[in-house]
Design a protein around this ligand. Structure first.
Ligand code: NAD
Ligand code: WQD
Length: 339
């Protein structure tokens, strides 16, 4: 079975390539490397013992994408490629709509033209906006609150329309909660180009001494300790979720399905800091600052649909996420002192 992975050099994509190869799939990666490095794919090859074909293209480059689809016979596409920084999307909405929506549109058109109609799409828990209650179920109202989230919603809607118009499409919308951690080898993990926006990579960089202090955005939320609560999920569990989804898709379950990929448990920012301190043996200096605009108090999944229909559930603990994230951080930061 041949699978095209768009954005396969990125954080979640690279871990998914590892799990796909382990499960016996042949993987081809396309990525424009706007937020990743080609060396990641060498590390995927080291982990799996299999090198994978890579074509550096932007999804919006229709001609080049057509060539890839002419060269390979894909059974399915897993579509990770996209920009993902919420704040950046507020500042540069047109860039986000162009990259995420236009890139996806071109991909789906080329897929349709080549008769490739099995698709797994990287959506996000952000499509639920600020949910009225938790845990969040897949049929909760959808209401994104920023251009990044709206780009995900638009793509979801585009795909629902596509499936309605042509019942040959089998589409899974995977709504990830908060991916964290790294591969246990320490060879691949999250490697943000700029100052991290997300909690986990920021904490890891503070632990390593690369950054001085973590700003904790608010301690006056109605939560266990006043800080924001999220559903952190190990990136390897997430990657395995894609393999399980493919199994279901390729058994010809037609139409569109949406699945929450989360653990079903929430952890606060202070709980995460404590867990990371324990795993790394480092102190994480922090200070409480004002709430970050747009943040919600609590977000965690009801992931029972994925368990029932995909036979998938997250198995790795917060401790494992912290240990693996720290190993990755320590191994990848040779330009910093760990004294
Ligand atoms: P990432 O930035 O590490 O990976 C995305 C990859 O896509 C990068 O390698 C980038 O170079 C590539 N890319 C971007 N635009 C492209 C284009 N036009 N053409 C070709 N390649 C392009 O991000 P990630 O964390 O691995 O996220 C993967 C997907 O999952 C994204 O769609 C993201 O929106 C979604 N997602 C991520 C999170 C998260 O917190 N990491 C949560 C929910 C959903
Ligand atoms: C987690 C918690 C912050 C950084 C975002 C996107 C979402 C999805 C996942 C793509 C919150 C707090 C954070 C910091 C902090 N991505 N925090 N100090 O906001 O839940 O979700 O990433 O789809 O769309 O919105 O994740 O990691 O940024 O924040 O106190 O320096 O950590 O306030 O409570 P978030 P996050």
């Amino acid at each position: 079975m041949q699978i095209l992975v768009t954005g396969g050099a990125g954080y979640i994509g690279s871990h998914t390539c590892v799990e796909l190869i382990k499960a016996g799939y042949q993987v081809v990666v396309v990525d424009n490397l706007c937020n990743s490095k080609i060396s990641v794919l060498d590390r995927v090859a080291t982990i799996t013992g299999t090198s994978l074909p890579f074509i550096q293209i932007d999804l919006r480059d229709r001609e080049s994408l057509e060539q890839v689809f002419s060269e390979y016979q894909f059974d399915a596409v897993i579509h990770f490629a996209g920009l993902k920084a919420v704040g950046e999307s507020v500042a540069e909405p047109l860039r986000y709509y162009d990259n995420n929506v236009e890139g996806s549109l071109v991909l789906f058109q080329v897929m349709a033209a080549h008769g490739v109609k099995n698709l797994v799409f990287s959506s996000s828990a952000t499509v639920y906006g600020d949910p009225a209650t938790v845990p969040i179920l897949e049929d909760f109202p959808l209401a994104a609150t920023n251009p990044y989230g709206r780009s995900k919603l638009m793509i979801e809607e585009m795909l629902r329309d596509v499936a309605t118009s042509d019942p040959a499409w089998c589409i899974a919308l995977l709504r990830y909660f908060n991916p964290a951690g790294a591969h246990e080898s320490g060879l691949i993990g999250e490697d943000p180009n700029d100052i991290p926006n997300n909690l986990f990579p920021y904490v890891a960089q503070v632990a390593s001494g690369r950054r001085e202090l973590l700003s904790v955005y608010g301690d006056d939320y109605p939560t266990i300790d006043g800080t924001g609560v999220r559903d952190y999920i190990h990136v390897v569990d997430l990657a395995i979720g894609h393999v399980k989804t493919l199994v279901r898709l390729l058994s010809k379950e037609a139409g569109v399905m949406a699945y929450n990929l989360g653990t079903g448990c929430g952890s606060s920012v202070l709980q995460m800091i404590q867990a990371f301190e324990q795993a790394s043996g480092r102190r994480i200096p922090y200070r409480i600052v004002a709430r970050r605009p747009g943040d919600i108090a609590v977000c965690f999944a009801d992931a029972s649909l994925a368990q029932r229909e995909l036979n998938w559930r997250a198995e790795r603990s917060i401790e494992q996420m912290c240990t693996d994230s720290w190993r990755w951080q320590a191994m990848s930061e040779d330009r910093f002192s760990f004294a």
